[in-house]
Design a protein around this ligand. Structure first.
Ligand code: ADP
Ligand code: MG
Length: 363
C-alpha cells in the first residue's frame, strides 16, 4: 500500500533521514521505536507531507505523493496523523471537531457527517461527550477524540506520533486500548511509541530507527527478544528511561524531584540507589546553576534491568565545556560527592551538545 524508497530529509546541514526504504502493507501495524532525535517524528511528518522530503519517493497505491501536482490535503486525509498534543480545535465542540473535515474536505452532508461521527465517538467510548468542548475533557479523552476525528476522514493509514507521552500515567491505558481496538479491526497504522509492552503486543513489525535509517526491523519477538545489531541491543536493554528538561534557572525543583522519585518507584530501585541518585542530581544542579540562564539541560535516567545499572546523563547545549573540569569548579566538594556516588563519569561533546554520562554506584 505504501512504498517508500530512499527517503531523505535535511534541515539545513542536519541530515535527519538519510536513506529510508520500506513498504507498509494494508492491515499492518508498525511500531517505530528509537532514541529521541533519531527522526521518528520527521519520518511520519514526511509521509503525510507536513515536512517536505529532501529526496526519495513515497507511493501510496502506486501514486507518487511527492509529485508537485499531488493534492496535499487529499494525501493528509489518506494518511491522517494523531499528535502527542491532540491538536483539537478548542473553539469547537467535540462533534464539530469530528464533522469539520468530512464536510469541508470530503463534501459529506451535515447529517451524514454527524451520524458517522457519533458512531466513531461510540467506538472510542465518548458518545456522551459529543456536545462538550475539548477543555472540558481529560487528556485521555482528548486523545480519544483526536483518534475519532482522524478516523472520520476514512484514512488508509493512521500515523501516531507518541500518542500517550503527553498523558498522565493513569490515562495511558484508555488511549492504548482504543488503538488496540483499531488494530483488531484491521486498521493500518504506524505508531511512534515509548510504550514497549504495547509495541510488542499490538504490532506485526517493529522499526528501530537510528542513524537516519531504519536501522533494524523485525517482528516484535525479533526486535525485543533477539535484536541483532549493536545499537538496537543497547536501546532495548536500556529502555526504561526518563528525561527531565530544564530550560531556565526557575525550573520546578519539587516537580523534578517528584518525577525522579516516581521513576525510582517504577523501576523498584533500592532505597540506597534512590538516595544516591537524588544526591547526584542535587550536586550536579549546584554546579549547573550559574549557567542555567544560558543553556538547556536535559537530565536522562536510563535503567537497564538486565545489567542492573542506572545511567544518568546530563546533556547540555553550548560550546564544548566539561562543567566538571576541576579547573572550572569553585570548590571541589561537590565533585567529591559526585565521584562518591558514581562508578564512572564520561564526558563527550557531540554535535552541539555536551554530554556527561555517569553510572550510578549500585546499592
Ligand atoms: P524524534 O521524533 O525521533 O525524537 P525528530 O524527528 O523530532 O526526532 O527530530 C530529529 C532531528 O531533527 C532532531 O535533531 C531535531 O532537532 C531535528 N529537527 C526536527 N524538526 C526540525 C525542524 N523543523 N527544523 C530543524 N531541525 C529539526
Ligand atoms: Mg518525536
Amino acid at each position: 500500500m505504501i512504498k517508500i524508497e530512499h527517503l531523505s530529509k535535511r534541515f539545513g546541514n542536519l541530515e535527519v533521514l538519510k536513506d529510508v526504504s520500506v513498504e507498509i502493507k494494508t492491515g499492518e501495524v508498525i511500531s517505530i521505536i528509537g532514541p529521541s532525535g533519531t527522526g521518528k517524528s520527521t519520518f511520519l511528518r514526511c509521509i503525510n507531507l507536513l515536512d517536505h522530503p529532501s529526496g526519495g519517493s513515497i507511493r501510496i497505491d502506486g501514486v507518487d505523493i511527492m509529485d508537485p501536482k499531488s493534492d496535499v490535503p487529499k494525501v493528509r486525509q489518506k494518511m491522517n496523523m494523531v499528535f502527542q498534543s491532540f491538536n483539537l480545535f478548542f473553539h469547537l465542540s467535540v462533534m464539530d471537531n469530528l464533522t469539520l473535515g468530512p464536510i469541508k474536505l470530503l463534501g459529506m452532508s451535515q447529517q451524514d457527517a454527524e451520524r458517522k461521527s457519533m458512531d466513531l465517538l461510540k467506538l472510542v467510548g465518548l458518545a456522551e461527550k459529543a456536545e462538550s468542548y475539548p477543555d472540558e475533557l481529560s487528556g485521555g479523552q482528548k486523545q480519544r477524540v483526536a483518534i475519532a476525528r482522524c478516523m472520520a476522514m476514512d484514512p488508509k493509514i493512521i500515523l501516531f506520533d507518541e500518542p500517550t507521552s503527553a498523558l498522565d500515567p493513569t490515562m495511558v491505558s484508555e488511549v492504548l486500548s482504543v488503538i488496540r481496538r483499531l488494530a483488531k479491526d484491521g486498521m493500518t497504522m504506524a505508531i511512534v511509541t515509548h510504550e514497549m509492552d504495547f509495541a510488542r503486543d499490538v504490532s506485526n513489525r517493529v522499526f528501530y530507527m537510528d542513524e537516519g535509517v531504519i536501522y533494524e526491523e523485525g517482528t516484535p519477538e525479533q526486535i525485543f527478544d533477539n535484536p541483532q545489531k549493536e545499537k538496537t541491543k543497547t536501546f532495548i536493554n536500556r529502555i526504561r528511561s526518563f528525561c527531565y528538561h530544564i530550560t531556565s534557572p526557575d525550573y520546578d525543583l519539587y516537580a523534578m524531584n517528584a518525577e525522579i522519585e516516581m521513576f525510582c518507584e517504577k523501576q523498584i530501585l533500592a532505597v540506597k540507589t534512590r538516595q544516591n541518585l537524588l544526591l547526584l542530581v542535587e550536586e550536579m544542579l549546584q554546579i549547573f546553576n550559574p549557567f542555567l540562564s544560558s543553556l538547556l539541560l536535559d537530565i536522562v535516567l536510563a535503567y537497564s534491568e538486565k545489567k542492573e545499572i542506572l545511567e544518568v546523563v546530563f546533556e547540555y547545549t553550548g560550546e564544548a565545556v566539561n562543567l566538571l573540569d576541576k579547573n572550572l569548579l569553585a570548590d571541589e566538594l561537590g565533585l567529591t560527592i559526585i565521584q562518591g556516588v558514581t562508578e564512572s563519569i564520561d564526558y563527550r561533546h557531540m554535535g552541539n551538545k555536551n554530554r556527561l554520562t555517569m553510572i550510578l554506584k549500585s546499592a
